[in-house]
Design a protein around this ligand. Structure first.
Ligand SMILES: Cc1cc2nc3c(=O)[nH]c(=O)nc-3n(C[C@H](O)[C@H](O)[C@H](O)COP(=O)(O)O)c2cc1C
Length: 379
């Protein structure tokens, strides 16, 4: 199962685990895959340092990656404001009162309590070049951080140059051939080809159609296949198409090490593959999430048009905070932010990251053997 790309990274299995949870990242890397830490929740340099210090201390001598979100286009881009607080204030002024009133109405309809007056409000996520800068600066200083991936666009040339000069491999996600080619032309080291069944922001084309087109379009650049992988048979399919590895996200949301509360994990365990939807209701860009009262509300005739990124995210942050504080209540569960791909229907029980990695490897080997048997039988 070890590919050439594994050799370059010093890992055993071509299993890339995207997670916002540092415990998952550390556990997958220790199990022979590689954890990729989604840092878009952090913009404060002190907090980022603390997170990566923890990771460096708990990952042993294994490598890891980080992931940031610098969209190609976003509201407020080109404003020239580089101070994060000032930038957030600028964006906050762009949110119409009608949108805030609609958010509060939907939460009230579902009985989600308001935040206490003294609660600390969550600010802008690292969803712009300005707000992703502290994470990138910290990653540059970390030896065990061997790769950096960007979502929603090709990273700016200056960012690519600095990361590559420090020896990191730089990649980016894409869902279309055109985006993949732009990544290659920008000199990236790898691309992540994500099909529309994946969790989080996704495009229109399904994995089985998008992967081979992207692999061919950027060859010989390594392509990591993403979107819809939760077992070893799917890993074999991706490697069989020419992938350098598989990039997974949803699979780790219900891992033992994942930080989600039991009620959140239960939402995933109880969902089927038909229960997800691509919706602009949370971030302003289409992202695959569990369909619920919140996503339905934004489709109603009285709903305003979701705002562009990152304004919609800034608006819905309060909804995430309010539901997260009382996730045991049915109303909060109906309005919870639950990004996940169609593989949610394959998530059945809590497993440790080590067991998930071992299971993927065994299932891959079984599938490989079955394929060989099929061919032998035809001789
Ligand atoms: C909860 C969740 C959050 C995600 N957030 C990000 C993100 O911040 N940055 C990113 O590059 N990809 C993000 N993704 C997408 C993953 O990197 C990955 O491409 C995707 O999960 C693969 O499809 P799968 O969910 O079927 O495994 C997210 C996915 C999930 C499930």
């Amino acid at each position: 199962m070890r590919t050439e790309f594994c050799r370059r990274l010093g890992i055993e299995y071509p299993i890339f685990a995207f997670s916002h949870c540092r415990d998952v990242v550390a556990a997958v890397s220790r199990a022979g895959g590689i954890g990729v830490f989604g840092l878009n929740a952090y913009t404060d340099p002190t907090e980022i340092r603390a997170q990566l210090d923890w990771l460096d201390a708990h990952i042993g001598d294994r490598p890891y990656g980080i992931d940031v979100v610098i969209p190609q286009k976003h509201e407020g881009k080109g404003s020239g404001v580089t101070d994060i607080a000032a930038f957030e204030a600028l964006l906050a002024k762009m949110i119409p009162e009608g949108h805030k009133a609609f958010r509060d109405r939907v939460l009230a309809e579902n009985g989600v309590p308001e935040l206490p007056p003294d609660a600390e409000r969550m600010g802008l996520l690292g969803w712009t070049e300005t707000s992703a800068a502290p994470a990138l600066a910290e990653a540059l200083r970390r030896e065990k951080c061997v790769l950096v991936a960007n979502a929603l666009g090709t990273p700016p040339a200056e960012v690519v140059r600095r990361l590559q000069e420090s020896g990191k491999l730089v990649g980016a996600l894409c869902g279309k051939v055109g985006q993949a080619v732009r990544h290659r032309e920008a000199g990236l080291d790898f691309v992540v080809a994500q099909g529309s069944e994946g969790g989080g922001h996704t495009g229109e084309t399904g994995s089985i159609v998008a992967w081979p087109q992207i692999i061919d379009a950027v060859a010989p650049l390594p392509v990591l296949c993403a979107g819809g992988i939760a077992n070893g048979r799917q890993v074999l399919a991706a490697l069989g198409m020419g992938a350098a590895g598989v990039w997974t996200g949803s699979l780790w949301l219900t891992a033992v090490e994942a930080a989600a509360q039991p009620a959140e994990k239960a939402l995933y365990f109880n969902a089927s593959s038909e229960d997800t939807v691509r919706s602009r209701a949370w971030t302003g860009k289409k992202a695959r999430v569990l369909r619920n009262a919140w996503t339905d509300a934004w489709e109603r005739p009285d709903a305003p048009e979701p705002l562009g990124m990152p304004l919609q995210g800034l608006l819905t942050m309060e909804a995430m905070q309010r539901t997260g504080r009382c996730i045991d209540r049915p109303g909060a569960q109906r309005c919870a932010f639950a990004p996940v791909g169609q593989v949610v229907g394959m998530l059945e029980r809590e497993e440790s990251c080590r067991d998930i990695v071992a299971r993927l490897v065994h299932e891959y080997l079984d599938a490989h053997e079955r394929l060989q048997g099929l061919l032998d039988a035809g001789r």
